[in-house]
Each structure stands twice: as structure tokens, then as C-alpha cells.
Design a protein around this ligand. Structure first.
Ligand code: M6R
Length: 609
């Protein structure tokens, strides 16, 4: 949550900081601010609102300087307001600081610092950090930061500047991500790599318990105790063009239309179309581990949890192994039995979700091995796990997850096949047929996406509809959950996802002419049962939309509108059925004129518990 960016160079860094904030805005967008060293003084601008509001403020009240920090906020402590917006300053106004994370012991620190004469001007937890830095400042900013972080409990990535020790930015990390970008004559700190791509490919990822001292010439790392740290410089592979909209009105639309390629990329070089073998060597987990465990547990939140459910059905069907899918936040509060015969997969596009990370770390102490299924190879989860299952989805900027969901399903399909093969649960012929069918999926996805215009028209026709029930069974039950989540989060429309079989146990009471049911009915092992569910809705005057095979006359006969998908193997239908639902949500939100890429109250990366 929250994005931080800092830059120190030989020219005015304000335009780069603002551009960087725009890239990080997906992390939080209720207020924004910037502070730069301008001669002997710190200049600061803050606004309640978005980065564009900060830009407007900067047009009216310009700032310039060669060393600065900036922040885009998702409020935790203190409501969104100009006063609570970062950067925060100390009593003297000579130290400014931005923070991502939560200081858990801020209340006792605040009481103590107040008693010592420090004056607090905000409702935030962050402000205690800048007062601690002030308290311990003896001429060296890094010395003061070192002393300050020793008193903090909780999670933090902070960046700090001071007019009393100019020429440097000091960063400390314990939890939230921080990556240093090494440019020529300029050095950056950022919450992720996206703002860095247009400046440099050379980066160093900070680890927990480290302090970085940035100057225009480079960076020096040390531990919280002050011991020097040597760090590798890594080269980024993402292209700057990957973080542009490329002609689409919203990132979400671009990302939806990239999904067939995500599946292609995920499969590339991991399957043999001759033998049907799946290669999971790049995960770093030995095949012997797959044979030795007798249970698999998926841990995730939100959309990643839905991908985990799809993974469960795949794994159960292909490998006949017991699978649990757990909400990370719930798992942490439970007495969950896990032993050395359990393999754990933490699923997270960002690899930074606080609940998933904590649950994954705890699982690592008990389980046989922990695998991170993530789109971020340098994330905290990737580092904490024994192995990584990479999504190959490229940067996802829209806050609503789309292509990473499909990437997760593709990665989990491969995992299920490889796991089943390692345990000899799948015959060679069956493996080959499945791998070849999976290879055909992206082409079929393109066919569905080619009909986006029909879905846009349908979304406009149903704009006045305020209540939706998404129904699916078996492997499309998670897709019903995901379709409902997408509609809720970006179009603010009430939608519930249910397993078709559960409808008669309660939700059927909601059915009337004002409730629209979106039924997912590919011709699979539960097809007839889903048709019965549709009949039950029809009998109660409910409106029906359906996702069904192109030639499905039965679905056409009962639904007001059918979103057709090509025929596909029943295990892989979620790759197709999810597409009309994502598009329906997208076009509904866009037609309402909503902020599709940055829906209210949300943030892409939830690094608070
Ligand atoms: O980065 P993660 O996959 O761990 O994120 C998990 C959820 O926060 C995320 O899927 C969230 O539900 C999205 N808003 C879904 O669109």
C-alpha cells in the first residue's frame, strides 16, 4: 500500500518524481505529495486527491531541486487529507520523510515524543518516524535513521531527506518493497520497478533490515546495525512500452486483450508437444518433492484465491491429491495442521500481499516446501519461498487483476500436469492430449476477445441492473466468484458469486425480475445441473445471461443473452468463461464513466494486514 519514489541527480528531479508517482498510483491514490531540497530549504507540496491534483498544484506553485522524495497514499492511520499526506516533516521543517507500511507501536512512541516536546501535526503513524529521526540527528542523516528504525515495530519502507545533511537520500526497509535504480548521474528509490524503466535497467533490490544511502554517483548499503552490505546489481528485462496503454482507453482493457499471449508465454518452453511432458525445473522444486507429499495447500487473497480454487479442481482431477485452498488472512488466525508431507503454494500476482506473505512464511516452518506463484520474481514472497512458479504476465497496472488471474490459472494448469506426471498419475496419452489442448486455448481466447463489441453492447443494455447473481459449478464456481468480484470492484454493482448447487439453499429467495443471473454453462460434467439452475431462475421471473458454447441451443433458448465461447476441454473452460465476465465488468464500469484502473478504496498491492 502506498507508493514511494525518490531521486537524487544533477538536474531538477521534480518532473521525474511526478512521473514516477503516476506509475505508482495503482498502489494507493487518496492523496499525494512531494518534497525537494531547494537550496537550504525543503520545499513541499501535498494534496488530498490524485497525482493529477498534485500536478495542478505544482503548476500553480512550482518546485524545483536536485534531490527529492514523493508519495502516493492509501490511508491506514488518519483519513485522506492534505495534512495527513506524505511527505511529513519534523518540528524544524529540515527533515522530510515518506513511508509505506504501518508503525505498530506508534501510539507509545508518539506519547513519549510529545512528552519530549515534539509537536505533532497529523493523525498518521508515519509522523513518529520523522520526529525520531529529528531526535537522533547529530549531523548524519543515515546515523539518525539507523537510531530511529531501531525503535520501530511494524512494517516500513521509508525514504528521508534533510537540508542539514543534503546531497543524499536515506532509505530504510523492513517489509514493504524498495528497489534502487542506478542511472547515469542520478539514483532512484522506488516501491517497484515501473518508474525506473524509463531511466535505467540497473537495479538493486533492498532486503529487510537494510539502509541505503543514495547520492547522484550511486548507492551504499548497510545493515540497521551499520555494517556494510555488498549487493548485486540486476538488469531489468521489462520494456518501457509494457507499461504504456498502447492506444487503449484503460490499462484494464489492454490487459484483458493481452491474455491469450500471457497463456502462450506461460506455456512457452515448459511443455513438449511431442511427449506431453511438462517441465517444472525452473520452479527450483525437485520432482521428488511432488512424489513425497500427500497434500497440497494453496494460500492466497482476492482474485488469486479464485485462481487457487481453479488450481484445486485441476490438481484433484489430474493428480488425485487432497488440496486445501485457504484465505491467507483467515489461515493466520487458525490452528491449521500442516506437516512435512504438505506442499504449500502461495499465490500472489504482486508477491507482496502482507497476509499471504505472512502465512507463507509461517507455512515455510512446517511444510515440506513452499512455492511462490507470482508475477514478481523479486518480490518478498519469491524471496521467502523455496521455489517460484513465474506467471510471465508482464506488468499489470489496472488495479483489478485480469491477465495475472489468467496467468495464474495457466501456471497452475502446468503445475497440476507436472505434479501429476511426477507422481505417475497421468498416462502418456492423456498427458499429450491435455498439453495439446492447453496449447490450443490461447487461439480460442482470441476468438472470445474478438467478440468484445457484443459484450460491450450487452453491458450498456444492462447498465440499469443493480443486482447480479453469478452462478457456476465445479471448475466454473471460482469463475462465478471472480466474475462477481470484477463487477463489484470496478463498477460498484452489487454482485454475488455462488456455486450453482447452493442456490436452492438461500440465494434463490433473491430471484425476481430485478435480479439478473449470469450463468456459466459450458458443456461439461455439470452442464445438465446448471441448466436446471437456469430453469429455476426462469421459473421465478429472473433475468438470465449465459456464458455457453457457441452451438448451445439449449442455453440460447433460456437466456436473454448468450456470450458464446468455443468448445474446449472441460478442465480448461475457465480460460474462456472468465473473458466475457471481465469484459462485461469492464464495459459496465467504462459506460458509467468510472475510474476503471483505480477503483475507489482499493489498491493493487495490499501490504497491510
Ligand atoms: O497481489 P495479490 O495477487 O496477492 O493480490 C491479491 C488481492 O489483493 C487481489 O487479487 C485483489 O482482490 C484484486 N483487487 C482483484 O482484482
Amino acid at each position: 500500500m502506498c507508493g514511494i519514489i525518490g531521486c537524487i541527480g544533477l538536474r531538477d528531479v521534480v518532473p521525474d518524481l511526478v512521473e514516477g508517482l503516476r506509475r505508482l498510483e495503482y498502489r494507493g491514490y487518496d492523496s499525494a505529495g512531494i518534497a525537494v531540497l531547494d537550496g537550504d530549504e525543503i520545499g513541499r507540496r501535498r494534496v488530498k486527491g490524485k497525482v493529477r491534483d498534485l500536478e495542478e498544484d505544482l503548476r500553480r506553485h512550482p518546485l524545483a531541486g536536485g534531490c527529492g522524495i514523493a508519495h502516493t497514499r492509501w490511508a491506514t492511520h488518519g483519513r485522506p487529507s492534505e495534512d495527513n499526506a506524505h511527505p511529513h516533516v519534523d518540528c524544524s521543517g529540515t527533515i522530510a520523510l515518506v513511508h509505506n507500511g504501518i508503525v505498530e507501536n506508534y501510539w507509545s512512541l508518539k506519547e513519549r515524543l510529545r512528552g519530549e516536546g515534539h509537536v505533532f501535526r497529523t493523525e498518521t503513524d508515519t509522523e513518529v518516524i520523522v520526529h525520531l529521526v529529528e531526535k537522533y540527528f547529530r549531523g548524519s542523516l543515515e546515523g539518525a535513521v539507523r537510531a530511529a528504525v531501531a525503535e520501530l515495530e511494524g512494517a516500513f519502507a521509508v525514504a528521508c531527506i534533510s537540508s542539514r545533511d543534503p546531497g543524499k537520500i536515506v532509505v530504510a526497509k523492513n517489509g514493504p518493497p524498495a528497489v534502487v535504480g542506478l542511472g547515469s548521474g542520478e539514483t532512484f528509490i522506488s516501491s517497484d520497478i515501473t518508474p525506473l524503466l524509463s531511466h535505467t535497467r540497473r537495479v538493486s533490490y533492498m532486503d529487510d533490515g537494510e539502509i541505503a544511502v543514495l547520492t547522484p554517483a550511486g548507492v551504499r548499503f548497510e545493515t540497521f546495525a551499520g555494517a556494510p552490505v555488498e549487493k548485486a546489481v540486476e538488469t531489468l528485462t521489462w520494456e518501457p512500452a509494457m507499461i504504456e496503454k498502447r492506444g487503449f482507453e484503460h490499462f484494464m482493457a489492454k490487459e484483458i486483450f493481452e491474455q491469450a499471449d500471457v497463456v502462450r508465454d506461460t506455456l512457452k518452453s515448459r511443455v513438449s508437444l511431442e511427449s506431453g511432458r511438462v517441465f517444472l525445473d525452473d520452479t527450483g522444486i525437485a520432482p521428488a518433492v511432488f512424489r513425497e507429499v500427500d497434500r497440497v495447500v494453496f494460500i492466497a487473497c482476492g482474485t488469486s484465491y479464485h485462481a487457487g480454487l481453479v488450481g484445486k479442481y485441476l490438481l484433484e482431477t489430474l493428480a488425485h491429491v487432497p488440496v486445501d485452498v485457504e484465505y491467507a488472512s483467515e489461515l493466520r488466525s487458525r490452528d491449521f495442521a500442516m506437516d512435512r508431507r504438505t506442499l504449500v503454494l502461495g499465490i500472489s500476482q504482486s508477491g507482496e500481499t502482507a497476509d499471504t506473505l505472512a502465512a507463507l512464511r509461517a507455512a515455510g516452518e512446517k511444510a515440506r516446501a513452499v512455492l511462490a506463484v507470482t508475477n514478481n520474481l523479486n518480490s518478498s514472497m519469491a524471496r521467502a519461498a523455496d521455489g517460484i512458479l513465474d506467471l510471465h504476465a508482464g506488468p499489470e497496472i489496472g488495479v483489478a487483476a485480469t491477465k495475472t488471474f489468467v496467468g495464474q490459472m495457466a501456471a497452475l494448469a502446468l503445475f497440476a500436469l507436472g505434479f501429476a506426471q511426477a507422481r505417475e498419475a497421468l498416462g502418456a496419452g492423456e498427458s499429450l492430449a491435455l498439453v495439446q489442448e492447453l496449447q490450443r486455448v490461447p487461439h480460442k481466447m482470441d476468438r472470445v476477445l474478438g467478440r468484445a463489441g457484443d459484450i460491450e453492447r450487452a453491458a450498456r443494455r444492462y447498465l440499469a441492473c443493480e443486482h447480479y447473481l453469478f452462478l457456476g459449478r465445479w471448475i466454473n464456481f471460482p469463475i462465478a466468484l471472480e466474475g462477481a468480484l470484477k463487477l463489484k470492484e470496478i463498477s460498484y454493482t452489487h454482485a454475488e458469486g455462488y456455486a450453482g448447487g447452493e442456490m436452492k439453499h438461500g440465494p434463490i429467495a433473491l430471484i425476481d425480475e430485478k435480479m439478473t443471473t449470469l450463468a456459466i454453462v459450458p458443456r461439461d460434467r455439470v452442464y445438465e445441473k446448471m441448466l436446471s439452475n437456469i430453469a429455476e431462475v426462469q421459473a421465478r421471473s429472473g433475468r438470465i445471461l449465459a456464458v455457453a458454447f457457441e452451438d448451445d441451443a439449449k442455453a440460447r433458448a433460456v437466456a436473454e443473452e448468450v456470450f458464446p465461447i468455443p468448445e474446449v476441454h472441460q478442465l480448461f473452460s475457465p480460460f474462456l468463461t472468465v473473458l466475457p465476465l471481465q469484459l462485461f465488468a469492464y464495459y459496465s464500469a467504462a459506460a458509467k464513466g468510472l475510474d476503471v484502473d483505480q477503483p475507489r478504496n482499493l489498491a493493487k498491492s495490499v501490504t497491510v494486514e
